[in-house]
Write a protein that binds this ligand. Structure first.
Ligand code: ADP
Ligand code: GLC
Length: 484
């Protein structure tokens, strides 16, 4: 039998070991599927202090001497899938608590350039087999700015693995000043607009965009949006230039973790044939959040980072009307202080209708997905979005702005799509509150028609959001053939 093909998956977060957003969900679930398809996949992650504290076992398997410092490589496995994980141990990662990217006041760690250059150097060394380990990669897959320079490092080598770079979010480019570039002692050729210089700054993300064999992003619509302004965030020229090597591959979801029929975090499990049991989750959520226990009021949920991207600024002006329409709201998130404050003031004025939890809480996220009637995602842009897919699977109809992956997964309930049986949620186009308001009105109207609502829920729950198809697209780009 042929040797399995070897893939190094280099990334800054992976669920359940460390998570701040959807990137971690993807890095937890895609390698698990590739592993099942017979790929010898290894995940490379920084050994953050909080991650090490969670581990039951790990062992040191190598020491690497990298330009950015000497590090130890620990080995462990993903708890559910068993995928091998290499952890890069260095005090810049292990020696501090809290968020992987920023300090407690929300400021980026001052040595982020050094930290993630070290991660990138480790990824390149491991992929090339330049370590004491008897392993080198046939393909290297890097994600977002944190590991992008690894692709640039490989591009300089004649004999090298294939490289695939995935853009999860162009809002974070990994920009640093020239002094930082000089301090890192990097190849001078990198300080050029064709390489990683970007308007007088050093841009980690460009290492992936300029040099990868294949660039992917996480939905077909976002792949189109980033080839022009404003979606391209200033990189639309480079991305259009590389259009022949840019592919939009829709993210899948972990259908074991996000399964309403088996989810252990829910008050009651259910499937599309037992939607009356979903109501038990609504009641449990109302109890837990201190909202009046009312079946006859629609409950709107939101879970996510409170960042400009997520469209909270569109939502704030319509909240009054939602409450006037006697809707309830369950909001879970953390993020920008101004958004936390605006939501906090609104919630304080309407304690009977609005429950706000400014926290990161995996359990409550599941319970909102199951207990709400409608899930709100009015994002200004959304490369893919996972929450709308979780919502669809939980029969909680998503109400989204039709951008990026939201446009690719949610079909607006119009007369035509309802008649055709393809509607699974609500979508609006313009980035303004009145467009959102109209969509909310339509959702409220339909919610009062239970037979129609249930048909939409069943349609939503029948969607296939598993990784299978997308995983095969990645195999093609790696140049791997799936095990027959
Ligand atoms: P993004 O990656 O832009 O944050 P996604 O929709 O792709 O958006 O993924 C967000 C992920 O993070 C989802 O799994 C969501 O449930 C989770 N999440 C975000 N904020 C919170 C929170 N405050 N508590 C629990 N889970 C959260
Ligand atoms: C990013 C995007 C989100 C996407 C996630 C996983 O954080 O904001 O839309 O779902 O990455 O690819």
């Amino acid at each position: 039998m042929a040797e399995p093909q070897r893939l190094l998956f280099a990334v800054s977060e992976a669920f359940p070991l460390v998570k701040t957003g959807g990137l971690a969900d993807v890095a937890g679930s895609l390698p698990a599927v590739l592993h099942r398809l017979g790929v010898d996949v290894r995940i490379l992650l920084p050994a953050y202090g909080t991650l090490l504290a969670k581990l039951e076992t790990s062992k040191e398997v190598a020491r690497l001497q990298l330009p950015g410092g000497n590090v130890a490589l620990l080995e462990t496995h993903m708890p559910d899938s068993g995928v091998p994980v290499w952890l890069l141990e260095h005090p810049a990662f292990s020696g501090r608590d809290g968020n992987p990217y920023q300090d407690a006041s929300g400021q980026p760690w001052s040595d982020n350039a050094e930290r993630f250059m070290l991660l990138s150097q480790a990824a390149a060394a491991l992929a090339l087999g330049e370590t004491a380990l008897d392993w080198r990669a046939d393909a290297l897959h890097c994600h977002d700015w944190h590991t992008a320079p690894a692709i640039a490092l490989l591009a300089e080598r004649e004999e090298r693995p294939k490289t695939v770079f995935t853009i999860h979010n162009l809002a974070h480019l990994g920009l640093f000043d020239r002094a930082t570039f000089e301090r890192l002692s990097l190849p001078w050729a990198w300080w050029s607009p064709e390489a990683m210089e970007f308007h007088g700054q050093f841009c980690f993300m460009k290492g992936g965009l300029a040099f990868a064999d294949w660039i992917t992003t996480v939905s077909p619509t976002y792949a189109r949006e980033i080839c022009s302004a404003p979606g391209g965030m200033g990189l639309e020229g480079l991305l259009s230039h590389r259009r022949q090597h840019l592919v939009g591959i829709l993210n899948g979801i972990d259908t074991d973790i996000w399964n309403p029929a088996t989810d252990p975090l829910l008050a009651a499990n259910y499937d599309a044939t037992q939607l009356e049991r979903k109501a038990l989750n609504k009641r449990a959520l109302q109890d837990e959040l201190g909202l009046p226990p009312r079946d006859d009021l629609p409950l709107f949920g939101f879970v996510g980072r409170l960042a400009e991207q997520k469209g909270i600024d569109l939502l704030l002006p319509v909240l009054d009307e939602l409450v006037a329409a006697r809707a309830q709201l369950a909001i879970l998130g953390t993020g920008e202080a101004r958004l936390e404050q605006a939501l906090g003031e609104f919630a304080a004025q309407h304690p009977d209708a609005v429950a706000l939890r400014l926290a990161y809480n995996e359990r409550l996220a599941h319970r909102i997905e199951a207990g709400a009637d409608v899930f709100l995602m009015p994002s200004l842009f959304e490369p893919c979005g996972l929450n709308q897919m979780y919502s669809l699977r939980y029969g909680t109809l998503p109400l989204v702005r039709a951008v990026g992956g939201l446009a690719d997964t949610v079909t607006d309930a119009s007369e035509a799509t309802i008649a055709a049986g393809t509607a699974n949620g609500f979508a609006f186009t313009e980035a303004d509150s009145s467009a959102l308001r109209t969509a909310l009105d339509r959702a409220l109207l339909l919610w009062r028609q239970p037979a129609h609502w249930m048909a939409l829920q069943q349609r939503a729950m029948s969607g296939d959001f598993s990784w299978e198809r997308s995983a095969h697209q990645y195999l093609d780009l790696y140049g791997f053939s799936p095990e027959s």
